[in-house]
Ligand binder design. Structure first.
Ligand SMILES: [Ca+2]
Length: 447
């Protein structure tokens, strides 16, 4: 059994792939260490299945290392490095440490699987590669593959969190200004047309709103100039509102109509509020009213659905914020290779859950707005109202009746490219709080 995966998903450009380390972006390479998660060993288990086990642990490791100076190597990155060095995979014996050392990893997680009918027993090991010492080990018993994947992610996260990297300092009681942070009581310098420093000025204009496949009829919309946040509102940004008394502390739990207790238990851990190292990740698990309150505190409002779409796609009718090219791992945080078998694109975008805002500059919209596809869906101000084919100016579609509100842009959980199209519409009750849904703010330009 090979230790490294036998995937055929070789990157086209090896040089590019060598540069692709994921986990945390843009950290000085001089002090960053690397962690590798190797393919698991297991008799009579398909390589693709073993890949999903490693992916689950890799996902947990990425979560554990957010904010620490340790990066999690992608599978593709490891494969390219190993091939480039002419090294062979080790297929038998305890060669994980040597393999990891060969690809420049400072830490390595390995796993061995025993299958008993539908059940699995997995042994996880974490080594440091320089001296080869075993830092920690854990054993998992699961009654099904789905249960195993869940546990691998959780146990992998804990194994790494407790043994690798320096824990980040506790958040400052007065957070630094951050993307998504904006307070009228602070000295946010106005830039163009009264936009805040963290906003993009969007000129007025006319565009075709809607999607020929999913949001018909496509119709002509004219908008006045407005400002929109360059990124989604962050955890740090939301905390500033809470500390200022403008926002109630979020509960950091999911909730929606007819939610089951086990769903609440299963999904609430993905809420970003109160989690270590996620200050620059988007705030999620906030309902429409909480989002509205935040934007009012910040001197603005939620964008209308039309404003959101125009900021995402501009005038040229493109399908996605960046153009018409299919989504890939360089442009957004959706479900890539890090998700396992069900995926939108083969590459690993580095983020099995939310990513720090602004992590994908190659996915910028025509106006330079970031995160308009993937990461978290975003509440808009409007109710979900059917489009008309008539031209309209500055449409406001909010109905003050508790009707479902529109949210846009797709999230880290999505595998269908249609859902991250700029014209795709989605809706939920305004009281819903989910792990996939955050927001950004807008304001009307001053002149
Ligand atoms: Ca992702």
């Amino acid at each position: 059994m090979a230790v490294l995966p036998r995937s055929t998903r070789w990157p086209t450009l090896i040089g590019l792939a060598l540069a692709v380390l994921v986990g945390q972006p843009a950290i000085s390479q001089t002090t960053v260490k690397r962690l590798a998660v190797l393919e698991f060993k297991g008799e009579s288990i398909k390589g693709e299945v073993l890949d999903t086990f490693a992916d689950a642990v890799r996902g947990g490791a990425v979560e554990a290392l957010a904010g620490r100076r340790v990066q999690v190597m992608t599978r593709e990155n490891m494969m390219v490095l190993l091939k480039d060095m002419g090294k062979k995979d080790c297929s038998e014996g305890d060669c994980e440490v040597e393999t990891a050392r060969n690809i420049g990893a400072d830490f390595v997680v390995s796993g061995s699987v025993v299958r008993i009918d539908a059940a699995f027993v997995v042994t996880l090991k974490l080594h440091e590669t320089k001296g080869g010492s075993l830092l920690a080990t854990d054993q998992i018993e699961a009654k099904s593959q789905i249960e195993l994947l869940r546990q691998l992610r959780e146990k992998g996260r804990n194994l790494v969190a407790n043994n690798v990297g320096d824990r980040p300092a506790a958040p400052s009681p007065v957070p630094e200004p951050a993307p998504g942070t904006r307070s009228p009581s602070r000295t946010a310098p106005a830039s163009v047309h009264g936009c805040a420093a963290n906003q993009v000025s969007i000129p007025g204009g006319t565009f075709w709103m809607g999607d020929p496949d999913y949001a018909r009829p496509v119709h002509k919309v004219t908008l006045s100039p407005f400002c929109i946040d360059k990124t989604e509102v962050t955890v740090a940004g939301y905390r500033a509102c809470v500390q200022d008394g403008g926002c109630p502390p979020p509960s950091a739990t999911v909730d929606w109509k007819d939610i089951k207790p086990d769903e609440k238990t299963k999904w609430s851990p993905y809420c970003t509020w109160g989690k270590r190292g996620l200050d620059q990740h988007p705030i999620n698990c906030v309902d429409w009213n909480q989002a509205t309150t935040f934007c009012e505190w910040a001197g603005g409002r939620l964008p209308s659905e039309a404003e959101w779409e125009y900021a995402a796609r501009g005038k040229d009718g493109r399908l996605f914020p960046w153009g018409n090219q299919r989504p890939d791992a360089s442009r957004l945080n959706a479900c890539g290779g890090e998700c396992g078998q069900a995926r939108m694109y083969p590459g690993d975008d580095g983020w099995p859950a939310t990513a720090p805002v602004g992590s994908f500059p190659e996915g910028a919209s025509a106006f330079g707005v970031l995160d308009m596809a993937g990461n978290v869906w975003e509440w808009t101000a409007d109710s979900f109202v059917d489009y008309s084919d008539q031209p309209v100016t500055d449409p406001q579609r909010l109905q003050h009746d508790g009707s479902p509100r529109v949210f846009r842009g797709g999230s880290w959980t999505n595998v269908d490219p249609a859902w991250v199209r700029a014209g795709y519409r989605n809706k939920r009750d305004p009281g819903s709080r989910t792990l996939i849904l955050g927001f950004r703010c807008a304001r009307t330009a001053s002149n």
